[in-house]
Design a protein around this ligand. Sequence first.
Ligand code: SAM
Length: 279
Amino acid sequence: MLSYRHAFHAGNYADVFKHLCQVLLLNKLTEKAKPLCYVDTHSAAGLYDLGTDMANKTAEYSDGIDKLLQRSGQYPEITDYLALISQFRDKDLYPGSPAIAAHLLREQDKLILMELHNNEVENLRANMGRDPRVAIHHRDGFEGTLAIAPPEPKRGMVLIDPPYEQAREYQDVVNFIQKLHKKWPVGVVALWYPLLAEKRNKAPAMLDALAKVQPASLFIAECWVKPQPQELGMYGSGMAFINLPWQVDQQIEQLLPILTSLLGQTGAGYRTEWLIEPA
Ligand code: SAM
């Protein structure tokens, strides 16, 4: 059963980090006029009203996007993302990854959005369905993406952003990427993952398994807002990339210290590593 609802978490520090990376990738990919395809395996609702009870139950956005908007002025590294977000935040909204992609992509590009949750896919249709560039699939994002891979056009990226509610999702991600990379070797892959308390953290084993798949390249960036707890909770998140476009690693490296200092508490930090260097 699917119980995760992204509206509780929209605009939190993990969303901010993921969406900053998404903006860097899409900005780089749209430098060339050639059309491209954006695939979201786990789209959720696409757009969030920050005035709702759901968003305000724990108001995670106030320690995420709102903190960044208040204290960001002097950082050109995050200006593009903040300019985009401000247009939504002014209307009490926060864009999810589908709305961010729709905003940055051009007329010649395509968006393929997968979502499995019955209610959430209706929200996604209501928020994104009128855009002629968008195809919405109510199906499992791993199965669905493999079924259409390689997409047309072949140039493009996939964002993989599962809720990790079930332990098996870590292995599902690795199996999926292994198959996808075979079918779509030129596709840029961006995977989000949580950094959890010491006793529950499955990210290191997942990254080891991913490296063993031997993709063309593998770059990771992690960012945490507090020290790792022993027992419970998420303290940060990571992104793993295959076929990361040239120089985007440096752009990510520039934004991490800014993000950590704007959003982090004592004990916050970040790291990047090429687990497999591009040939
Ligand atoms: N990518 C979105 C963003 O950044 O705005 C957030 C995605 S949210 C973390 C994860 C979503 O995946 C949830 O809406 C959940 O219903 C959906 N989901 C869970 N398992 C799925 C599956 N196997 N295939 C597609 N969607 C799934």
